[in-house]
Design a binder for this molecule. Structure first.
Ligand SMILES: [Zn+2]
Length: 353
């Protein structure tokens, strides 16, 4: 490929809003333009050919992240899930992170996209395209009033649960090795949330649902099934990854899987260690393409939310991934689909334009 920054990469999941929230909030948002210490910012997007993606609003639990990573460096682990978080506690955090996203738009760092035409226009003009996404819907009330208001503000994608339980259902805990079939599925309220998202045209993200919840969405949703940041369970038997049966359902719904760069979901041994060759990412991509088809696979990096392979530490390193795909024998058309075209396809179908 002549230009290492092409084709542009549109990505299924990042946690930079959480990072900015922890590092000063709205007042510190400008650092996204001048340069941040983490995985992504505007200067590194230009170097790496990163054109945007799903920006997650996520309410953190008061657990020690370092202890979690320690535990996930063992050959087997079963992390306890943090306690549920109530609506009243979650809403201020959701508002604070959403406010950072709107501030980033005001500063000219990105454009919040409400339809695929918005994304195409952003790509054409060279501005980062952002989808307002919520990972774990603690900030939505059971009557769904908050959902309607956030939709009006630009919300276009929602994961009913992060792994912690919510009023909508149970999430999948972090276990290795483990099936994703770890508990109960969606609640009655969860089914109503699915229907309302279908009606409004909000994409449902299945990445953190357990298997029972996944099948509940299959039964109740009329939209393509999308897991924004999950990998193949056949290669890495982590509870967060997708079984062959789940991949078949995603294929049959004409949905989409975004390859998660988080090393614990990539490695055969499930360990949180960054010495992962890019070839391991290609093994997952090969497998996903085999099982869902080349029109239904993309990237879902989890940047600023996970330990990622050392050769793609930041978005400025993304040319290494394009090169690895090319060296692995992927042609230009397939690489373009994985980099961004498939995301635009599934969003067009989900949002209705
Ligand atoms: Zn996640």
């Amino acid at each position: 490929m002549t230009d290492p920054r092409q084709p542009l990469i549109f990505d299924g999941h990042n946690d930079v809003l959480l990072k900015l929230y922890r590092e000063g909030g709205v007042g510190g948002a400008a650092a996204f333009i001048t340069g941040l210490s983490g995985a992504m910012d505007v200067p590194s997007a230009q170097v790496g050919g990163f054109c945007g993606g799903f920006f997650a609003v996520y309410v953190p639990s008061p657990t020690d992240l370092a202890a979690k990573y320690d535990e996930m460096s063992k050959p087997e682990y079963q992390l306890a899930l943090p306690d549920p978080i109530g609506w009243a506690e979650a809403v201020p955090v959701v508002m604070a992170q959403a406010a950072i996203l709107f501030e980033l738009e005001r500063l000219g760092a990105l454009k919040i996209c409400r339809n695929v035409a918005d994304i195409r226009a952003a790509l054409a003009s060279g501005i980062m395209a952002a989808i307002f996404h919520i990972e774990g819907a603690e900030g939505i009330d059971a009557d769904l009033h908050t959902l309607d208001v956030l939709y009006a503000a630009g919300l276009r994608s929602i994961g009913p649960v992060w792994s912690r339980s919510t009023i909508w259902g149970e999430g999948v805990p972090f276990r290795f090795p483990s099936s994703p079939d770890t508990g109960g599925g969606l609640t009655e309220a969860g089914m109503r949330l699915v229907k309302r998202c279908n009606t409004l045209g909000i994409m449902l993200d299945l990445s953190h649902l357990n298997e029972a919840g996944f099948w509940d969405v299959v039964r109740h949703s009329n939209a393509p099934l999308v897991a924004t940041h999950s990998n193949a369970h056949a290669i890495c038997t982590h509870s967060r990854n997708l079984t062959d049966a789940q991949l078949a359902a995603i294929r049959d719904s004409d949905g989409m899987v975004g390859l998660n760069f988080a090393v614990a979901f990539l490695r055969d041994d499930g360990m949180m260690r960054a010495d992962v060759p890019l070839l391991q990412m290609l093994r997952h991509l090969d497998y996903l393409i085999d099982h869902v088809g080349e029109d239904r696979v993309g990237l879902g990096s989890d940047y600023d939310g996970a330990v990622v392979p050392k050769d793609v530490t930041r978005i400025s390193d993304l040319p290494n991934l394009r090169q690895a795909m090319e060296q692995h024998g992927y042609g230009p058309a397939l690489i373009a689909k994985i980099c961004h075209e498939n995301w635009l396809r599934v969003l067009e179908k989900t949002w209705g334009g």
